[in-house]
Design a binder for this molecule. Structure first.
Ligand SMILES: Cc1cc2nc3c(=O)[nH]c(=O)nc-3n(C[C@H](O)[C@H](O)[C@H](O)COP(=O)(O)OP(=O)(O)OC[C@H]3O[C@@H](n4cnc5c(N)ncnc54)[C@H](O)[C@@H]3O)c2cc1C
Length: 462
């Protein structure tokens, strides 16, 4: 669907910074429109599904939302089957999952909303392996991008500067410049594009940051021998503000459970100390996860992570941005990971990129005007996820219900009622799961079937 060679490439060479999920998906799209694509990563990329320094989040539970799965399958046909063959279970979000919400357990029914449960490391490796087979794509690993090459007379980038991380290999220079017709920054949330733009005397993007103060801790367990329960996944949702702790457990490939604990606020941070992990699990509003791991053998330490603020860099609003510079993935918009949307949002951006490049090609524009068009299109495509995430986190960040304005306080009550309805009514639960999996926009929860009873209940409680 996305992959084709073209008689008229938009340029000879596209360069991508970062071989995370966003960089890989960008490379996939670009290979259909450019003569060749180079992906530069500061890590020495492993030849297999292994942890690496540049992606510390790889050790944490990664849910691939169903919309993300569908987009990935479009980019890499057969990927889902490949993951199934590698032992990644299919998890029906309502049938195979027990979800405890503050309002009670979600009903279990065959929803057909089926997630492929895969570790981040395996998913990234399988996608990278596909690209390694693409003759147009080349990986240059162990090279850190350090700044743009810029032609002031045209206002366009001409490439990137890089330096070798650590000791160069024999015959390798410490510094290396790459010329390119297009530069894509997919370097994750530590992206240095804002700084590099400022160094060139150009405008850096304005940032919006919303921080709920959420912390993460993940630990891996072996599924106990003879395990015979009828679920593959457990979730205990936190409830703001009275129950700021939650967690999830998911079966993934290799006969393992990946178990994550989350807590909002300084007093409720989950421990990155293995000995304290089970006690934290026991402190959640429901014992289901603590009970499950009680008899399971841990196979990893507890990994902590605290950099969970939502951060959006508004490239769509920057004037004078070189038109052959694109920024996507966490480098442009990072969201609180507990909503499990980052990889899917990266895929949505890659799809927006595909749409833009097709249009450039149809109109024979080369890369003229591309940056502006892409960043606007990307902003529209990710807006529903961003808005839903930050409005929920803005509540958590407020600290108390009294700290909310009137409108937000009302919204908080209504969403509590939506949750209660979901615990009673499979159709409302289905809508909730569709929104969570980015199959429907958050406004689906405003449909009369959901909103009217929620409003009636809110009014009667008052
Ligand atoms: C704890 C945690 C849990 C998460 N859980 C989920 C989840 O359940 N579901 C989900 O969809 N998403 C989740 N995410 C988000 C998800 O990991 C990312 O949103 C997604 O993978 C897109 O990331 P990226 O490719 O933009 O950046 P990254 O994955 O950060 O990759 C950036 C890459 O760029 C390289 N790089 C950086 N700087 C340079 C440079 N100067 N030169 C060369 N290379 C460079 C790095 O080495 C790295 O390979 C989670 C994130 C965290 C932190």
């Amino acid at each position: 669907m996305f992959y084709r060679t073209t008689a008229e490439p938009l340029g000879d060479h596209a360069l991508v910074i970062g071989a995370g999920m966003a960089g890989l998906l960008a490379a996939r799209v670009l290979s259909g429109f450019f003569g060749r694509v180079t992906v530069v990563d500061r890590d020495r990329l492993p030849e297999g599904p292994e942890p690496r320094k540049g992606v510390p989040q790889g050790r944490h539970l990664h849910s691939l939302a169903v919309r993300g799965s569908e987009l990935l399958e479009g980019f890499f046909p057969g990927l889902d089957r490949e993951l199934a063959e590698a032992g990644c279970p299919a998890v029906d979000q309502a049938w195979d999952t027990i979800t405890e919400t503050p309002a009670g357990r979600l009903p279990r029914f065959r929803s057909g909303i089926v997630m492929r449960a895969v570790s981040r490391e395996l998913l990234e490796w399988r996608v990278r392996r596909r690209l390694l087979g693409d003759p147009k794509v080349r990986f240059v690993s162990g090279h850190e991008a350090t700044g743009f090459l810029y032609d002031k007379s045209t206002g366009q980038l001409t490439g990137m500067r890089t330096r070798v991380r650590g000791r160069p290999a024999p015959g390798e220079d410490q510094r290396r410049d790459f010329t390119a017709d297009l530069v894509v920054d997919a370097g994750g949330q530590s992206s240095r594009t804002p700084r590099w733009l400022t160094e060139l005397g150009l405008e850096a993007p304005r940032e919006t940051v919303v921080d709920a103060g959420l912390g993460y801790a993940t630990r891996w367990y072996r599924v106990p021998e003879g395990f015979a329960e009828d679920w593959k996944s457990l979730a205990v949702l936190p409830s703001w503000p009275e129950a700021p702790r939650g967690g999830s457990l998911r079966r993934v490939e290799g006969g393992l459970w990946t178990v994550v604990m989350i807590g909002i606020g300084e007093d409720d941070q989950p421990p990155n100390d293995a000995a304290a992990f089970p006690a934290f699990a026991r402190s959640l509003p429901s014992p289901i996860i603590a009970d499950a791991i009680e008899e399971a053998e841990p196979v990893s330490p507890a990994y902590g992570y605290r950099r969970t603020a939502n951060r959006r860099r508004h490239y769509e609003k920057v004037t004078g941005l070189p038109n052959n510079l694109l920024v996507l993935g966490d480098a442009a918009c990072v969201m609180n990971p507990s909503y499990g949307q980052g990889m899917t949002v990266a895929a949505v951006s890659a799809s927006a990129l595909d749409g833009c490049l097709r249009r450039q090609q149809r109109r024979r524009r080369g890369t003229a005007g591309l940056g502006r068009r892409f960043h606007r299109r990307q902003a529209r495509a990710i807006a529903p996820s961003w808005t839903a995430t930050v409005s929920s986190d803005a509540q958590w960040a407020a600290g108390s219900v009294e700290g909310l304005g009137l409108a937000r306080r009302f919204l908080h009550r209504v969403s509590g009622e939506v949750m209660r309805l979901a615990a009673e009514d499979p159709e409302v639960a289905r809508t909730l799961l569709e929104v969570k999996n980015l199959l429907e926009p958050p406004r689906a929860l405003l449909r009369p079937r959901v909103l009217l009873p929620a409003l009636r209940r809110t009014a009667s409680r008052r």
